[in-house]
Design a protein around this ligand. Sequence first.
Ligand SMILES: Cc1cc2nc3c(=O)[nH]c(=O)nc-3n(C[C@H](O)[C@H](O)[C@H](O)COP(=O)(O)OP(=O)(O)OC[C@H]3O[C@@H](n4cnc5c(N)ncnc54)[C@H](O)[C@@H]3O)c2cc1C
Length: 419
Amino acid sequence: MEQRDDVVVVGAGVVGLATALALLEDGRGVRVIEARRIGSGSSHGNCGTITPSHAPPLAAPGRVGEALRMMVRPDAPLYIRPRVDPRLWRWLWRFAGRCNLRDWEASARAKSLLLNDSRARLCEWIGRHGLDCEFAESGEDYVFRSPAAFERGQHELDLLRELGVDVEVIDGPAFDAQEPAVLPGTAGAIRFRGDAVLRPDRYVDELARVVRARGGRIDEECALQRLEDSTAGAALHTSAGILHAREVVVAAGAWSPNLARAIDAPWLAGAMQPGKGYSITYDPPPLVPRRPLVLRDWSVCVTSWPSGFRLGSTMEFSGFDERLRPRRLAALERAARASLREPAGPVVRERWCGWRPMSCDDVPIIGRLPGHRRTWLATGHGMMGVGMSAGTGQLVADLLAGRGPAVDPSAFDPGRLAG
Ligand SMILES: Cc1cc2nc3c(=O)[nH]c(=O)nc-3n(C[C@H](O)[C@H](O)[C@H](O)COP(=O)(O)OP(=O)(O)OC[C@H]3O[C@@H](n4cnc5c(N)ncnc54)[C@H](O)[C@@H]3O)c2cc1C
């Protein structure tokens, strides 16, 4: 008789592993299949901030003009490499259609629900499962060197306060006095006390450990190639043979649109793009910021943990171009030199790039695949997959169980982008 798994999760990044854990806690049997190695995608070298404060989406009023201006600057924080790519242009067209006040606010409200749920749930998981990942309830500071940027940066604060985000506006001299790691001359700062931080590669390893400890199985070097979804069950054709499952959750991050044909969801190809980002990780320098910083004039994030110090940023739409571009890495270092007393650590441990799974409305895609009985999607988490991971896992577990979920799932429904 053919062997059948209960649920197969495709992709072992933070979203797939958190989903596996929530399903196991719900009493389901879980196998995770991963094309490469556990945590080899975007979940590895990101900045690890947990940010209910980042609810407003990238698709914002004025963003299209900003992106067009930045197209002529290959070291800009937001860069679209001009090229003939119908999928990219379809994505950009839909993205541009969302860059208005009404959609911006609707997306922010939807993301906020998931971010807040996830922030609380993550804290609970850390304690209950003993996840050893340098988690700290640190808060986060946005730091501005330019007075005009400081002024602009306060435009979204009313909405954030309404969404329950704890916001404190700090003038430049007061911030300089509080944060000895920054160079004097700050125009102002915004502190989000409810944000947190963890070391993402350790979080991935810890999720994998707990998934296995609770009876889940993780198969590496096992790529989904084709999926057949029928009333009788799902058949997964993989690089390591055929698997059968009652249900399948596709959590393949930025690679999800590449599976559009394989999972019979052609619309997915035009609904997501890989958003490339870079990071440099050092051993910690002697003086590090008290909490994660976003250097807003350059959109560079600075994170430090007991085990490391990381600069990370940039959103580059250049497909899956694997090159580590020196110009981009230099832009991270330049921003740090302009803002920090100790802009680098004594030893560089890693220079990295990864691809964020960017949906065209910058809202995650979570729910049943339209027209299919047994296939579910958990992808499109963009710049906040770590911060949304625990809430996403629980939402998927609730949906599969047919329970009323803790978070209203309607804004995440894949059906909004299909067709
Ligand atoms: C520079 C940078 C900084 C960031 N900072 C933050 C931050 O501070 N906070 C935050 O919350 N987020 C941050 N992010 C975003 C975050 O990294 C992502 O949102 C998150 O990692 C997405 O997780 P995922 O599990 O969906 O995708 P991934 O981690 O990319 O995992 C997807 C997995 O699916 C596998 N896969 C693909 N195709 C197949 C297939 N056919 N079969 C089987 N497996 C497959 C891949 O190999 C991969 O391991 C940042 C990203 C970048 C690039």
